[in-house]
Design a binder for this molecule. Sequence first.
Ligand code: C2O
Ligand code: CU
Length: 608
Amino acid sequence: SKTRHFKWQVEYLYWSPDGVENVVMGINGRFPGPTISAKVGDTISVHLTNKLQTEGVVIHWHGIRQFGTPWADGTASISQCVINPGENFVYRFEVDKAGTFFYHGHYGMQRSAGLYGSLIVDVAEGKREPFHYDGEFSLLLSDWWHKDVHQQEVDLTSKPFRWIGEPQVMTLTLKKLNDDVQEDEQTIRISAFDSANQRKRAVQLFPSGALWQLVVVNTVHAKGKRAVRAPDSPRAAEQDVQAEGGQHHRIGITQLGDRGQWVVKDMYLFSAILRTLLIIHVSFVLVSQNHSMIVVEADGNYLQPFSTTDMDIYSGETYSVLFTTNQDPSKNYWISASVRGREPKTPQALTILNYSPISASNLPPSLPPVSPRWDDYDHSKSFTNKILSLMGSPKPPSDYHRRISLLNTQNTINGYTRWAINNVSLSLPTSPYLGSIKFGLNNAFDRKNPPDNFSSLYEITNPPVNPNSTYGNGVYMLDFNTTIDVILQNANALKANVSEIHPWHLHGHDFWVLGYGQGKFSAKDEAKFNLKNPPLRNTAVIFPYGWTALRFVANNPGAWAFHCHIEPHLHMGMGVVFAEGVHHVGRIPNEALACGLTGKMLMNNNRN
Ligand code: C2O
Ligand code: CU
């Protein structure tokens, strides 16, 4: 294992995620941020400089549990003070588990502004995955609004409430992952589709003329059993592209400053792993035409492999899927992603699985695959129920010490629209919890514990009878090393007959998903818990009007966010904070403490 050093600058830059120029929050002059590839046991060290003019920033490493380094979790007001403009922070932590992860801003709505990227951890040298593949790609699914993110923040917190609407596009960013290859040498290119010619053909194909995004994936085929190598020099790569490809290859390359494409002429059977992750808001259904996908990993944990032609992916979730290029090689094929769980106003996102030596400009002869209906929840549930842990995975403790039931409601506070958990809408304090708890600063946040339960009389199928709620920032203090059950209970929103999907994400831990059910959870539902092979995850969804049961062991000293991963929902208060064993936490770097009451404490200590 080794330490991988990165020097990052976060800044606003002009970018055209969908062909429309806009301002994005990028890293080192690009969007999305660089892909980090590492091996189990490595230490990641990111030296981050905030180059924003007037805004603080933090970065969260989603799915990394931060054992022994809770101050590196990158959550504003929870694990650290924001990094001020011009200042630095070093995120140093170990990656202790193989899997698909990502990173993103965790302050205000900086994730929506574009601050994110992939973090892929491979098994340690000499170790093997429990499955085989020849090549590896990462596919980052996200969504993008044309409206400025600051304006979105104001919309969500204004009175009367203004909904930000649906995203203009969904984006698919595909990358070839190549071990120990630097970011700018990675060769597969992804681009927003923007060739006039292609657009015309597209319109012919889709008379609706909808705005759509095409990501061109050039061919990858293996020679014999081994994955081919990328062309050695950037020059060679470019020449290949010209010889082989359609015009928009070059467009893609110039636009994004990328250097080349993989171009291999012969057709061999190639199987690849696609690591997918989802960032912002809408939920996706990913469909690959003709090629079935075998799902093998979720949130950094191996699954009992199962085959599917489409998969539901919710914000905050990650998956690895295997696919084999075993179809008629004289055609190209679609990969598509559509909106799930909200009535779609955003066009389907498309990309091509391109078989060499056919040009990637050849659109597949058939129409893109049709996704299941956005509200076909039975379909979603049947996918979700197939997710079980691989045999031999860690099993949950058979009993729990404490059960916390969390009712999810939409409410109003003085005319503001908010989300609340057990009638408390999270509003983060100015002093980060981690330092405040460790140093016993009693005035840093509400000392009253938030409720472990909600009234058994609450009618989850109706809009709240009394929609009033309150702000709060109390902490669920968990006894160290105890087993905690969380029952997430969904309910009707403010509007009649509306209940949404919410993907809940826990920092600092994985949890076992013991079960899902419809209606209000009751003690007898426990009999249906899966204690045999429940999947370990860090994100789990609650379905409309349903409940989801989770179990985890509070064995990681620190203060940890647990929240809906739909960024606008978190911004409107949909989260809670857990803390455990904080007195075991080692030395917190001063930079993480230099604000609020912990900042005052540091100043006083210096004076004495
Ligand atoms: Cu990926 Cu707290 O989030
Ligand atoms: Cu939500």
